[in-house]
Design a protein around this ligand. Structure first.
Ligand code: UD1
Length: 434
């Protein structure tokens, strides 16, 4: 078993390059099985969730060639009916996209109910409502979602809550339904637009992704394409928070600054300097930071996937901040780990009251999920002394090369073997000179 060990207290300085967006990648990889022609996906992040999904795509009979670390070619011409009830696929959220993709392509799919981070109940009723509106019959048996129909017909669908997953899933099925589908109240995240652009590059006819109404005219078949995934808004935001928490100066490259507007705005509000360039942002933190309040909302609101990382930063900002989670009902559990590092956080319902402290202390902590794990890395980089973080597989599900990227910025961090005490001793010896 591996863990991260981090010697904190060094300001991060230099530049870091952001990879492709995880949540785009999950939708796009699954959508690529909807055509019988080869698809090339570029700027794919080399992360755990993507590897799991690529394995799943192989399991259903597609040929997946890894052209390089960040490029794959997928040929799904041999994919038949999909019955995907493997245990490993349950672990990732994006597995539910096989339902929409295969309903579109084959009018039939059986997929294990999705898992993902334990941050709330995460029902899929809106996905089901959308599929049923398109004419599919859905049943849930033995932990699997079974979807079947003779024919998919376009429909007018209003989503009762804004859902990234439901929007992408319905969009995929609808682009191969007969006639016109309208999705009202869809999610507008950058990755929704990215998946829609990808599907359009395969011959789909989707208009309005990123707005309040998506209009889809169904097509009979989709063709091959070559497509490059957009940069990851959340990876970029995470390095922005890490730069700020360590009093650093970091140029975050290969980003779409527009996608980071709300994150930049909140950083500026607490006293961080954020400079914007055409495809980069520079984050400079050279003074004491102050408190603020934040509530998570669907895009263009403050992303729930940035909430734990911002809370880590606010635990070092003067005064009392309020962080309210409105998207997932159980996404503040990780605060107890931050408290082990000396943060002063009190949770009432879905709000965390954070009173800034002068410094965090090192501790042995455990990543409860992906983004909370990233928050612990940020806290550890800012804390005095040596922090160890367990369950790093969560972090590696969504972040590529964290240790390398942090080390390139002057941070002191390594992945070591939990059971090998000499690994820790060697790290400490090296770190003591840094
Ligand atoms: C996706 C992202 C995740 C991100 C989240 C919100 C992927 C693989 N995961 O998750 O990283 O944190 O968006 O930006 O892209 N809901 C329902 N019924 C449904 C669907 C959702 O009630 O049918 C609720 C959820 O419980 C949650 C809220 O709607 O409270 C938002 O969920 P949703 O946007 O669907 O999140 P995911 O697609 O699971």
């Amino acid at each position: 078993m591996k863990q991260y060990i981090i010697k904190g207290g060094k300001p991060l300085r230099g530049s870091v390059t952001i990879g492709g967006a995880k949540n785009s990648a999950l939708g796009i990889l699954v959508a690529s099985v909807m055509t019988n022609e080869p698809v090339i996906v570029e700027n794919l992040p080399d992360i755990g969730d993507v590897q799991v999904l690529l394995n799943a795509i192989r399991e259903i009979g597609a040929i997946v060639e890894q052209i390089d670390e960040h490029t794959v070619r997928i040929n799904a011409s041999l994919v038949g009916d999909v019955c995907m009830d493997y245990d490993f696929i349950r672990k990732i959220r994006g597995s539910y996209y096989f339902i929409g993709a295969m309903l579109g392509k084959r009018r039939k799919a059986t997929v294990a109910l999705p898992g993902g981070c334990q941050i709330g109940t995460r029902p899929i009723d809106q996905h089901i409502k959308g599929f049923e509106a398109l004419g599919a019959k859905i049943s849930i048996e033995h932990g699997n979602v079974e979807a079947v129909t003779d024919k998919l017909v376009g429909s007018h669908i209003y989503l009762d809550c804004i859902s990234v997953g439901a929007t992408i899933n319905i969009m995929m099925a609808a682009c191969m339904a007969e006639g016109k589908t309208i999705i009202e109240n869809p999610a507008k995240e950058p990755h929704i637009v990215d998946v829609a652009n990808f599907l359009n590059s395969m011959g789909a006819d989707i208009k309005g992704a990123g707005t309040d109404t998506i209009r889809i005219r169904g097509v009979e078949s989709l063709h091959g394409t070559t497509y490059s995934i957009i940069p990851d808004q959340i990876e970029a935001g995470t390095y922005m928070m890490a730069a700020a928490a360590t009093g650093g100066d970091v140029l975050i490259q290969n980003v779409i600054p527009k996608h980071l507007d709300v994150i930049s705005a909140k950083l500026i509000e607490i006293g961080v300097t954020v400079e914007e360039y055409p495809d980069a942002v520079r984050v400079i933190a050279n003074k004491k930071l102050r408190h603020t309040n934040v509530k998570t909302f669907p895009y263009p609101g403050f992303p729930t996937d940035m909430q734990p990382q911002f809370a880590a930063l606010l635990s070092l900002s003067e005064g009392t901040s309020m962080v309210t989670e409105t998207v997932f009902e159980d996404r503040l559990k990780y605060t107890s780990e931050l408290c082990r590092m000396g943060a002063k956080i009190k949770v009432e319902g879905t709000t965390a009251f954070i009173t800034g402290v002068d410094g965090l202390e090192s501790a042995a902590v455990c990543a409860p999920d992906l983004r909370a794990g990233a928050a612990l890395v940020i806290a550890a980089l800012a804390a005095d002394g040596y922090t160890t973080i367990d369950q790093i597989e969560y972090i590696e599900r969504g972040y590529e090369g964290v240790c390398e990227k942090i080390r390139n910025l002057g941070g002191v961090m390594e992945k070591i073997d939990i059971d090998d005490n000499s690994d820790i001793q060697r790290f400490k010896l090296r770190a003591s000179n840094q």
